[in-house]
Design a binder for this molecule. Structure first.
Ligand SMILES: Nc1ncnc2c1ncn2[C@@H]1O[C@H](COP(=O)(O)OP(=O)(O)OP(=O)(O)O)[C@@H](O)[C@H]1O
Ligand SMILES: O=P(O)(O)OC[C@H]1O[C@](O)(CO)[C@@H](O)[C@@H]1O
Length: 397
């Protein structure tokens, strides 16, 4: 149960001593993890001003209409009033949902989250759920903007490169602050579906997240129970990846950087991630499920969905749902809507995206802009071969 040591765990999945007072979110402890940083993170830095100073006006016209829509990229909160009849309980606590995203950078996690929110909003079964995205990159920018007043400090030295595996600790700190913010807003009843938008690319990170979820759910002072949904977004198509990297060069990290530098830096970031990424698997699903059951002492729900290559690859054999026998209607309805979204993603959003990628490359071929040549010179066969090699060395090819 929560609070006990799990060092006797047989599968070795969780080895740390764990209790609610050492968790990120401790209701017993007002001074939980880095509240000063969290305050700064909630302060909205100059993101919108910076967006106004966009530096690639010519190229930005190349971005397809629906993709350049900022609303797709910013956290959305839907403030529908909740209908209390919808509410169901687990261990006497009101159920809410947490979506844990997993996926390499630029695979479409933030974009697909926005699509999912639209879908939940449009369905009468789920439109009363208030959804909110908690994006670790955004929190990082808000904190670092406030301290160094620059979007992202690029560096040639590995010690200063945030995405170099040597600096995992710094990146973990931003993720923890983001996660803590999600728990706080759930606990304050400010949202019903919290989407944790980060790459969550290592088993260690995911282990930590689920320890925190269990701690939250078993905290006697919390009113709510989080139902976890893992949503893995994968993108293996080279054209998609190239197009997405191009679009990433316009994001807040690169507003003050020339296009080629932005592309090179993002390509380097991607290599760092490929060198340490472990995809979520059924084994991990089972281990997590076992852990939740042991620590919460309940037959817990757990769900796992995939969107692969914008939904054109069928993920059915990978998806997995565990409904406890006592599962309430609200959980079943919400999962049904999510599952429907996953199963029809390509028709709903994927094909439009693929059309935009096609259009982009058609224009790209006739266009000899310096900037586009820069994309070709960085994101080329050699780059993709390097990524493949990293995947192989990493053992998940
Ligand atoms: N399914 C999609 N539909 C529309 N656009 C997409 C899709 N997937 C990726 N893109 C494009 O790729 C770019 C990167 O996507 P997005 O920012 O959603 O990725 P991400 O995985 O959240 O990245 P990061 O981890 O770096 O924050 C977007 O700007 C968008 O142009
Ligand atoms: O901490 P994680 O899981 O790597 O995810 C957060 C990072 O992912 C990114 O979105 C990757 O591009 C960064 O903006 C952000 O800092």
């Amino acid at each position: 149960m929560c609070g006990s040591s799990d060092s006797d765990s047989h599968d070795g999945y969780l080895t740390s001593d764990y209790n609610s007072s050492n968790s990120l979110f401790s209701l017993n402890n007002g001074n939980s993890y880095s509240s000063a940083s969290l305050d700064r993170a909630t302060f909205d830095c100059q993101d919108s001003d910076l967006l106004g100073n966009h530096k690639h006006p010519m190229l930005s016209t190349e971005i397809p209409r629906f993709i350049s829509n900022d609303a797709l990229h910013s956290p959305i909160t839907l403030n529908y009033k909740r209908d209390n009849d919808d509410v169901t309980y687990t261990s006497g606590k009101i159920n809410k949902f947490m979506i844990v995203l997993i996926g390499l950078p630029a695979t479409g996690k933030s974009t697909i989250s926005s699509h999912l929110i639209q879908c939940l909003k449009n369905n009468p079964l789920t439109n009363s759920l208030r959804c909110k995205v908690f994006n670790a990159g955004k929190i990082r920018r808000q904190i670092s903007c406030a301290t160094i007043s620059k979007p992202l400090l690029l560096s040639n030295t590995s010690s200063e490169d945030l995405f170099n595996p040597k600096n995992t600790d710094k990146k973990e700190a931003y993720a923890r602050i983001t996660l803590q913010k999600l728990f706080l807003e759930i606990n304050n009843d400010d949202c019903d579906v919290g989407i944790f938008d980060a790459t969550n690319s290592t088993i260690e990170r995911r282990k930590f997240i689920f320890e925190e979820v269990c701690s939250f759910n078993t905290d006697e002072l919390s009113t709510f129970n989080l139902v976890p949904i893992v949503l893995q977004i994968s993108c293996f198509n080279r054209d998609f990846i190239k197009y997405n990297i191009h679009n990433k060069s316009f994001n807040e990290d690169y507003l003050d950087k020339p296009y080629e530098l932005a592309i090179k830096d993002f390509a380097k970031r991607l290599k760092h991630y490929y060198s340490q990424f472990t995809p979520f698997s059924m084994d991990e699903f089972n281990q997590i499920h076992k852990y939740i059951n042991q620590h919460e002492e309940i037959d817990a729900s757990l769900f796992f969905f995939n969107v692969i290559n914008a939904g054109i690859v069928e993920p059915h054999s990978l998806n997995h749902s565990y409904y406890p026998s006592t599962c309430g209607r609200q959980i079943r309805d919400t999962i049904m809507v999510v599952e429907n979204f996953i199963n029809h993603y390509s028709q709903m959003f994927g094909f439009e995206y693929i059309e935009s990628v096609k259009l982009f490359f058609e224009k790209f071929e006739d266009n000899h802009e310096e900037t586009l040549t820069a994309l070709d010179s960085v994101v080329n066969d050699e780059f993709f071969n390097d990524l493949e090699e990293l995947i192989e060395n990493n053992g998940f090819a």
